[in-house]
Design a protein around this ligand. Structure first.
Ligand code: ARG
Ligand code: ZN
Length: 870
């Protein structure tokens, strides 16, 4: 069944107050709910009240305290209907649920001895009957009762207002959240957890208690998240004028979690892997991920909670805006350029692929079958790019004015993406009518650039044409409005003064407004043919076509003042070389790439973090994304050829770089040290790709002596991916021995093996799934083995015999009954079959049909697979 945006109607009833009493037991939980319901005055009255419910055992229904006779209500699979509903009434419902058997991890469930919840998007209906839609906002009072010894910590949203002992060794704690909220922001936790305290003084001088709750074995892993939280709280005050609004802010870590984290009001719940860190157990990449996710969830307090979504088609209202906010926050913490590179790399690899596949959807979709399938890179990352474009078009001051107006105008409301854009328009005076197409049209626009130079008139002419390929249900697209930043490099590599014909000079970098299918720009006073630096900072989520020569790319690599475009030129050069080899147009690796890399390795004027990014070859996933009828094996071999030939030619430079960036005695989470680790580990990986014996010695000693997980895992990964089979096994065994008690580190150990391109991985993957540490019920384990194989180990996943595809289909079928959300995510690589050469595409579709043939497929997996086959 498909849900459509055009069918949206206001709710016929509203709920002002919710009183919950949740009794937690070892065999289940009883939920007593009292709802103050009244008819919505602004819609046509309906006599029946329909409450959503799923997997609930109804024990009692009352109206204003009176038991309802059987003729007054109907219980069906997914709803409870109350007939002849008065204008207002207190609806009482008692339900019995089984958190212990909840393997979907939606609603209330148990994870390693602790009770916790995940209600977004539609989990609350698995706790009790309710109007489970985001435009119904109520005040919640939550009383939790549980055994005192087993569950000393009982948490819910808001402030604690009461606690007392009960009979039979039980106790109760009561919480009250003064802010009306949709049910998806409800949360509850019960467990035997240790509490870490901290505090934050807000800009207006209020003191907020910060508390982090984790299992005792994790108490040393909280420092980074707490420090990041305080930085994020300050940043939101300074950059957006947003202050925290409750007396307490809580973070809880749970091991079993479908997603990264959840912004429940005052009680954020995190996947352990996205919040817990110590230098010994977490890599720099994990530190960065925690920094941005902690900030993301915190920022939702305003962009998501105080102002929420009217319906789930508006999901990007909160997610796109909040991702934009967290990425700007991260950019302010470390290197802005490196942050931008990471975001764009991800966007161009994963989101562009989604946008050209069967699940392509606009950031405000028009329809869905299962909303959990729409927590996508499009809604999140492309959504953030759309907000970023508004920021570029308006400039920082007007954008801030728009954001202030949005929060002021809509505080306490459930609104739409259109309300967001309107606030931006009203505050800035800009007309964003055409810009709104970004919300309705799917697909990645393409910009084709042509240029010409006229020496006689000293003018440089640039023409920009835009188009957008068709996507499912959208054959034609109207032109987009987008900001396009550019600069022109003179023969000395400096940015030229830019002046458009008939306009004032506009500096050395400028933003053009693109609105038409084709536009021409004429720059005057240009004394020699410039090299254009196009789409600086990636100001719009588009594909760029321009006939760069390799010499132009070399020039940009060494001179562009825009760090992002310097990196982009390095990627384009490497891509061009790899594609030429894969297509057999060239046999040898172009010497210019070798000399560009050699120069980068010796360059100590550039930020080492940027150098490391520029030296990283484009991923196989990205190369596939760029190629219409991809032959994975050929692309992989060409990429390997480039890698090994670079490593051979630059062997001495790589050893020298390795020595020049020794590990300091103590671990520090600073951009400088992280850049050094990135370069050191890259050099090691390159050297091991050519089976360099001396590098193997370095790797062994780095592995043994490392005081942090970045270096230890860097050494392990380099060896695992090399041909040194014996060393590989020794280090893998040693690593497991040392870290088997820490599930997060075991996940890294799984992923390093599952993602290894070494031949013969599939039998090894199957062996990993038999390993004692593997657990089908834990999404992180499933992701670190099966997800890493199908998502990162592309050369083995796409094995020509199709074994990777049938393996994945089998695992999806196995997982679907217990956790459909994760099964639906796992299956998606198979839906990208159109990208591949015909034999491959056929085998992928066969695997999809195998899944489709299952008699009882979940709605989640059904939607992805059926769209994937159409
Ligand atoms: N709102 C959460 C976040 O952006 C993600 C929740 C995902 N929930 C889901 N059912 N898929 O951090
Ligand atoms: Zn979010």
């Amino acid at each position: 069944k498909t849900i459509r945006l055009k069918d949206y109607r206001e709710p016929p009833f509203l709920i002002d107050q919710v009183d919950l009493r949740v009794e937690l037991f070892e065999d289940g939980a009883r939920v007593h709910s009292r709802l103050d319901v009244r008819r919505n005055p602004s819609v046509q009255p309906e006599s029946e009240l329909h409450l959503d419910g799923e997997d609930l055992k109804l024990e009692e229904v009352t109206l204003n305290g009176e038991h309802l006779s059987a003729s007054r209500y109907v219980v069906e699979d997914s709803q409870l209907t109350i007939r002849d509903m008065p204008d207002s009434a207190v609806v009482g419902v008692v339900t019995w649920i089984k958190p212990q058997e909840n393997t979907r991890l939606e609603g209330l469930y148990k994870s390693s001895g602790m009770f916790c919840t995940q209600c977004e998007a539609e989990g609350f209906r698995r706790i009790t009957y309710y109007l489970d839609r985001p435009d119904v906002m109520a005040r919640f009072r939550t009383r939790i009762e549980a055994d005192l010894k087993r569950y000393p910590i009982l948490l819910a949203n808001g402030n604690e207002v009461d606690r007392s002992p009960l009979e039979e060794g039980r106790h109760q704690v009561t919480w009250e959240d003064p802010f009306p909220k949709p049910a998806y922001l409800f949360a509850l936790v019960g467990g035997d957890l240790v509490e870490r305290h901290d505090s934050f003084e807000t800009v207006s001088g209020r003191n907020v208690a910060l508390r982090m709750y984790v299992e005792p074995r994790n108490q040393e892993k909280c420092d980074h998240a707490l420090a990041a939280l305080k930085r994020a709280m300050r940043w939101d005050e300074e950059v957006y004028g947003r202050e925290y609004d409750l007396d307490v802010f809580m973070i809880v870590a749970v091991d079993d979690f479908n997603m990264g984290a959840m912004e429940n009001k005052g009680l954020n719940i995190f996947n352990s892997s996205c919040v817990l860190a110590s230098p010994e157990t977490a890599t720099d990449a994990i530190y960065d991920r925690i920094e941005s996710i902690v900030a993301h969830e915190y920022f939702h307090n305003w962009s998501g909670n105080r102002v929420t979504c009217r319906d789930w088609f508006q999901l990007s209202l909160k997610e796109g805006f909040t991702v934009f906010r967290d990425s700007e926050y991260s950019a302010d913490q470390g290197s802005r350029t490196v942050n931008r590179i990471d975001s764009v790399n991800m966007l161009r690899t994963a989101q562009f692929a989604e946008d050209s596949g069967p699940m392509a959807h606009p950031i405000r979709p028009a329809e869905y079958m299962e909303i959990t399938n729409f927590y996508t890179v499009t809604i999140y990352e492309k959504g953030a790019e759309v907000v970023r474009m508004i920021h570029s078009l308006l400039g920082p001051e007007l954008f801030r004015a728009g954001s202030d107006l949005y929060f002021e105008r809509h505080d306490g409301q459930a609104v739409t993406t259109d309300d967001f854009v309107r606030a931006m328009e009203d505050a800035s005076g800009r007309d964003l009518t055409q810009f709104r197409r970004w919300y309705d049209q799917a697909g990645t626009p393409e910009l084709a650039i042509e240029d010409s130079y006229d020496a006689a008139s000293q003018t440089y002419r640039l023409s920009i044409s835009q188009s957008c390929p068709p996507t499912p249900g959208q054959p034609e697209k109207a032109p987009f409005h987008l900001p396009f930043e550019l600069g022109l490099l003179g023969t000395d590599g400096q940015d030229l003064e830019l002046q458009l014909e008939g306009s004032e000079p506009s500096g050395r970098s400028m933003v053009l407004d693109i609105t038409e299918p084709r536009q021409e720009f004429v720059f005057t006073n240009i004394t020699a043919r410039p090299v254009p630096s196009l789409l600086r900072g990636f100001t719009a989520p588009v594909r760029l076509r321009y006939p760069w020569t390799r010499d132009q790319l070399m020039f940009l690599i060494s001179h562009d003042s825009d760090g992002f475009n310097r990196w982009d030129a390095s990627q384009r050069l490497a891509t061009d070389v790899i594609e030429a080899l894969a297509e057999g147009r060239e046999a040898e690796v172009d010497a210019r790439l070798v000399s560009a890399c050699s120069a980068l390795l010796k360059n100590d004027a550039l930020d080492p973090a940027l150098v490391a990014k520029m030296l990283s070859l484009p991923s196989l996933a990205y190369l596939i994304e760029l190629t219409p009828s991809a032959d994975v094996l050929k692309l992989h071999q060409a990429r390997e050829q480039v890698l090994t030939s670079l490593a051979r030619s630059l062997r001495d430079d790589l050893h020298e770089v390795y020595q020049r960036h020794p590990a300091p005695a103590a671990y520090r989470y600073t951009s400088e040290d992280m850049a050094a680790r990135a370069l050191r580990n890259m050099a090691l990986a390159w050297l091991l790709s050519i089976n360099d014996e001396q590098a193997l010695k370095l790797a062994r000693s780095q592995y043994g002596q490392a005081n942090n997980m970045t270096d230890r895992l860097g050494a392990l990964r380099a060896v695992v991916n090399s041909d040194f089979a014996e060393a590989r096994q020794t280090l893998l065994d040693d690593f497991y021995q040392q870290w088997q008690a820490d599930p997060q580190v075991v996940e890294l150990w799984f992923a390093v093996q599952a993602a290894s391109p070494q031949a013969g991985t599939l039998p090894h993957i199957k062996a990993l799934m038999e390993h004692a540490a593997f657990d089908w019920k834990n999404p992180n384990k499933v992701r670190s083995v099966i997800g890493a194989f199908a998502g990162q180990n592309l050369v083995n996943f796409h094995a020509p015999d199709g074994s990777g595809y049938s393996f994945l289909a089998e695992q999806v079928i196995r997982l679907d009954p217990s956790n459909p959300q994760i099964a639906a995510r796992l299956v998606s690589p198979l839906t990208r079959w159109k990208k591949f050469k015909p034999e491959t595409a056929d085998a992928m579709q066969r695997a999809l049909r195998e899944v489709m043939g299952q008699p009882k497929l979940s709605r989640d997996t059904y939607e992805i697979v059926s769209k994937g086959l159409s």
